[in-house]
Design a protein around this ligand. Structure first.
Ligand SMILES: [Zn+2]
Length: 241
């Protein structure tokens, strides 16, 4: 007898984030395949062509110029994390939060344990949201190099949704450790990888993810890559600054 799979509380990773950090920006996972594993999440595109937001089953691509597109189902991703979002608890934060550090302390108070994974959906009105995206890469530059000259965007007085995950630090070779959020505005015209924001009002939905499924890419680049290096410092610089 097969054990039932807790599909609805499973984080799906299309590849380990390590490979992305080492500059392997091409895999064979389509957005269509990704959607079999979730209707909610984030990631990037082959050749690092922008930031992916998946919300309510709809995919958005925030390109290096800040433009938001609706990518087709056959578009490829080298790294994405998704789940079927099903909120377990929520918190209405009527006074909002001042910055990411304040959001982190709100989340830490809401999480039953720092050793679980969480899906986070934050709908809110924001005083400002600062995001970055990445321009399409022609060569396999290490992620930390690429993000040194990342385009940064800022928008004031807007509503929208932050979608993403909290992952424990001990999983840093597989997924971005800590809180990783991507933003999409309510009018779907602005978004990207969240760097900083201030919310005047927010509703934070939380799902506990108690299992993980990760696919390992069957591509020559991945299979012959040297992934022995500890990439956590690079990841910290690439994702948090
Ligand atoms: Zn990101």
């Amino acid at each position: 007898m097969q054990q039932p799979v807790h599909e609805h509380d499973t984080l799906y990773l299309s590849a380990p984030v390590n490979a992305l950090v080492e500059g392997i920006y091409r895999q064979n996972t389509t957005l269509g395949q990704l959607r079999e594993h979730g209707d909610f999440g984030l990631g990037t595109f082959n050749d690092l062509d922008g930031e992916l937001v998946l919300l309510g089953g709809s995919a958005y691509q925030v390109t290096g110029t800040g433009e938001v597109r609706r990518p087709a189902d056959d578009v490829l991703t080298p790294f994405a994390c998704v789940c079927f979002f099903r909120e377990l608890t929520f918190e209405d934060v009527v006074s909002g939060f001042a910055d990411m550090a304040a959001l982190m302390s709100l989340l830490e108070r809401s999480f039953p344990s720092p050793n679980m994974m969480y899906a986070l959906r934050i709908d809110g009105d924001f005083e400002f949201v600062r995001t970055r995206s990445v321009p399409r890469q022609d060569y396999y530059r290490p992620l930390v190099e690429v993000t040194k000259d990342q385009p940064v965007f800022e928008m004031h007085s807007l509503s929208g949704t932050l979608a993403g995950f909290y992952t424990p630090r001990f999983m840093a070779s597989m997924s971005v450790p800590g809180v990783h959020l991507h933003f999409i505005s309510e009018d779907r015209a602005f978004g990207g990888h969240l760097l900083q924001c201030r919310a005047v009002r927010a509703r934070i939905g939380i799902q506990i993810l108690r299992s993980l499924r990760m696919d390992l890419p069957v591509t020559l680049d991945y299979m012959t890559a040297d992934l022995q290096r500890d990439t956590e410092k690079d990841l910290e610089m690439a994702e948090k600054e």
